[in-house]
Design a protein around this ligand. Structure first.
Ligand code: ZN
Length: 220
């Protein structure tokens, strides 16, 4: 099959899947978000970048969602506790962040159990939101997640912050591609760029009358 045909088929399967499943199970954009946008940060907590990001979010009174890697929560539980204490939503992003093509549904389920137990142990509450590494899922993995009452959250805006060397690149990209209400934007808190860009990004949002909010179950 040609690559273009394969891509069209994948898109069709994806659209059908999103249409069939309840929105709590799988979402990539929030409907009826009013003026809210949802900034999401993957791959932390990072000892330097995540606290900087939290300082900036606090300065602007903005909230976000963090998809933390279990193994990194184990290394920096105090940062995960700060995320929760400051009113952001803590989601999870597997325990090891292994390439999803090397992870079976059973292995993923094990990693999720391990992360949920760790969160409980550190007083981080019951985590409800999951983002698969690289956003890749199979039907088998999604089924397991649904059985564990986990909401899988993808994104509809990829800022590609991880490939930027300077914050102005992401600020300029968002000026050309402004966020709209309900958008779920992918960023990362294990890189220096997001904490440096976030102030300007939040100012852009405020000047457009938009508000950065943390994802809650009511949004799905
Ligand atoms: Zn990731």
């Amino acid at each position: 099959m040609e690559i273009a045909q394969k891509n069209r088929l994948r898109q069709a399967v994806r659209r059908a899947l999103f249409g069939l499943l309840p929105s709590w199970a799988l979402t990539e954009r929030v409907e009826n978000a009013d003026r809210a946008v949802f900034l999401t940060f993957d791959d932390g907590p990072h000892p330097e970048h995540t606290p900087k990001l939290l300082d900036e979010l606090a300065r602007y009174g903005a909230k976000a969602t963090f998809f933390a890697v279990g193994g990194r929560i184990a290394e920096h539980p105090e940062i995960a506790r700060r995320i929760v204490a400051e009113g952001h939503t803590l989601g999870h992003h597997s325990y090891h962040h292994t390439d999803p093509s090397h992870t079976t549904a059973a292995q993923l389920a094990e990693e999720i159990e391990k992360t949920l137990a760790l969160a409980k142990e550190h007083g981080l509450g019951v985590l409800r939101f999951f983002r698969p590494p690289h956003g890749k899922l199979t039907a088998g993995k999604l089924g397991r997640l649904m059985r564990s009452r986990q909401s899988t959250v993808l994104w509809n805006v990829d800022t590609k912050d991880y490939s930027c060397d300077h914050e102005w690149e992401i600020i300029a990209w968002l000026e050309r591609n402004p966020l709209r209400p309900g958008d779920i934007a992918l960023m990362h808190d294990n890189h220096a760029v997001a904490p440096r860009a976030i102030g300007a990004v939040l100012e852009q949002l405020q000047s457009s009358g938009l508000e950065a909010k943390a994802l809650t179950i009511d949004h799905l």
